[in-house]
Design a protein around this ligand. Sequence first.
Ligand code: G3I
Length: 381
Amino acid sequence: MNQLSRRECLALAGGGSAALGLAGCVNAATTPDGDMPLGPPLRTLASEKGLRFGSAMSSGQLDDAKYREIMLFECGTMVAENEHKWYTIFPDPDTVNFAPADRLATFAGENGLTMRGHTLLWHREMWSPEWVNALEFSSASETADFVEQKISLIVDRYAPAIYAWDVVNEAIDDETGEFRQTSLSAKMGEQLIDHAFHVAKAHAPDATLTYNDFMSWESTSAAHRTGVLRFLERLKARGVPIDGLGLQSHSNYEMPNEFTRARQRDWVAFCDEVVGMGLDIYITEFDVNDTRLKPDIAYRDALIASYTRDYFDLMLAYPQLKEVLVWGMVDDQNWLQTFLPRTDDVEKRPTVYDSDYKAKSMRRALADAFNAAAYRQPMAP
Ligand code: G3I
C-alpha cells in the first residue's frame, strides 16, 4: 500500500474510522497477537479527556522513517530523550552544542508537535558533565551566576516553543531520601534548586515548571517517596514557582505482576499528598520493565498490558494528571535494553510498539484507559 501523507493519516484518524488504524501510515494496522484495529491515535483519545500524549524521541530517531511516522501518528507532544541535557549541550567548558536539540525542535515545529523540555538541571553527578562535577566554587553567588548562565542559555533558545520544563531532575537520593550533593550544591545547598526554578520562571514565564523523579509504587521506593514528599513541602514552603511533579513511571526493580493492592495503596497515598500540596502531576517517562518475567512473549505482553491498564486507571482518576509521555515508542530503541538487560539476553518489551513497528496489546491497554477516563481541565497551552 502506498504511504499516506500525514494530512491524510490525520484526516482518517480525525474521521473516527476505527478500522483504518495506521494502515498505510506505517506498516502495521494490527497487533502481532491478533486483528486489533488501531483506531484513533493515542493523542486524540488523550486530548478528548483534556490530556496531552506524547513520547521521548532522540535526534537519531529522526533518521528512522518508521519511528517518525509512529511519532507523528500517535503523539501530540514530544520530549528530547537526551538532547537538552547538559552533557549534550555543554560537553566541555568551551562548547555549546545545540545542534541535536535544534534538529528535534525543527521536526516538532514543522509537524505541529508541542515540546516538553528535559531537563534544565539533572542534579545527580552520575549524569552531570565531568567538568561540571570537578568545579570548585568559592561562593553561593558564584555558583548561582554559573547556573543562571547555563539554564537561561537553554531556556532562551527554546522559549516559548517549550510548554513545560523538567526544571530539576532526580535531586533526591533514591536510597536515603536525602537531598543529593554535587559541586553545584556545595555552597548553595537546596537554594540551588530554588534558584533553578526562579531562573526558569524569569526566562519562561508561561511554561509549566516541574520537578521530575523516578520514585514509584515499588516497595523498594519507600524512602525515595518520603524524601520527595518532604522535598516538595520545603519547596512549597519557600515559595518556589513549581507547578507540578513529573512521575517518571519506570518500574526499575519490581515486575508488572507485583503491582499489588498494597503497593497501589502506598502509591495512591503518595500521589494524594502531592496533589494535596496543590501540585499537578504528569506521567513523564512511562515504560515497563520485564527483567524477571519468563521470556514467553504472549505471557509477558499479557502481564504488561494488564499492568498498563491498572496503572493508568489508577492515575487517570486524578484530575490533576495533565499529560502522559512514554519513554520511547519502539521496544528495541528503549533505554532498558542496554541499561537493565535481561540476563537471558531476550529482548525486553517495554513500549507500545514492538521492534517490527507493530502495535502491541500494551497500546490497546493505554487506549482503553484513555477511553475510560474522565475529562479534566487541560494544562495551559
Ligand atoms: O551519544 C553517544 C554516542 O555518541 C556514543 O557512541 C554512545 C556509546 O555509549 O553513547 C551515546 O550516548 C548515550 C546516550 O544515552 C545516547 O544514546 C549515553 O552513553 C547514554 O548514557 C545515554 O543514556 C540516556 C540516559 O538517560 C542518561 O542520560 C538514555 O538514552 C535515556 O533514555 C535516559 O533517560 C533517563 C531520563 O533522562 C531521566 N529518567 C530516567 C531515564 C532512563 O534512565
